[in-house]
Ligand binder design. Sequence first.
Ligand SMILES: Nc1ncnc2c1ncn2[C@@H]1O[C@H](COP(=O)(O)OP(=O)(O)OP(=O)(O)O)[C@@H](O)[C@H]1O
Ligand SMILES: [Mg+2]
Length: 222
Amino acid sequence: MIRIRGVTKEYDRRQILRGIDLSVDPGEMVFLTGPSGAGKTTLLRLLYAAERPTQGEIWVAGSRVDTLARSELPHLRRKIGVIFQDFKLLRRKTVLENVTFVLRVHGIPLREAHRRAYKVLKRLGLHHRQSALPESLSGGEQQRVAIARALVYQPRLILADEPTGNLDADLASELLSLLCDINYQGATVVLATHDHALLESLPARTLVLRRGGIDYDGMWPP
Ligand SMILES: Nc1ncnc2c1ncn2[C@@H]1O[C@H](COP(=O)(O)OP(=O)(O)OP(=O)(O)O)[C@@H](O)[C@H]1O
Ligand SMILES: [Mg+2]
């Protein structure tokens, strides 16, 4: 699902990632951790083609991403569900409209879009708020709307950057079990976090990024 060869990323001649090699198979669930500033977000942004590497090659879901033409971006992103911390909900649209928006843009009929959105919102415990506007939701509820929006497309790959940042411990573990379910159904999940409780709560392949390299790649807890 993901293959990275010799990837280096520099900002202003400062090396953030140096010579990263990494493979993630379809259906894997991988945690990405390491100190603040280690490059976790940068690595996820490279996978999503929001940034290009300074050197190296990246393949995601069958596409060569580091040289991807702009015109091919939508095709790639349709296969990836992204949960980033600075999620932006559409302020004037309801919860349901926020979740169905992308489906509608891609021509999915309204009834089918509603059916799919309702199903995801229900799993996230938000179906009773489907007519609410984002401003009337709590931070954790807003984050779950953003998560629903990323999952409604049934992506084969989910990239999550600190997805539990605004959630209390109960909601964080609820989200983790949802991602596990989705992973169990076949999606590949890469989750960046420095939430130790989250990392300890589920044995999984864990990558530790440190000083621009992968310092550890194995099961955690060991
Ligand atoms: N657009 C940019 N321009 C210049 N420097 C950048 C840019 N984006 C990130 N950086 C730098 O790259 C380094 C890695 O940042 P990144 O956000 O990937 O770290 P992180 O591991 O996600 O950290 P955190 O745990 O705090 O989220 C940081 O030193 C950051 O300042
Ligand atoms: Mg980050």
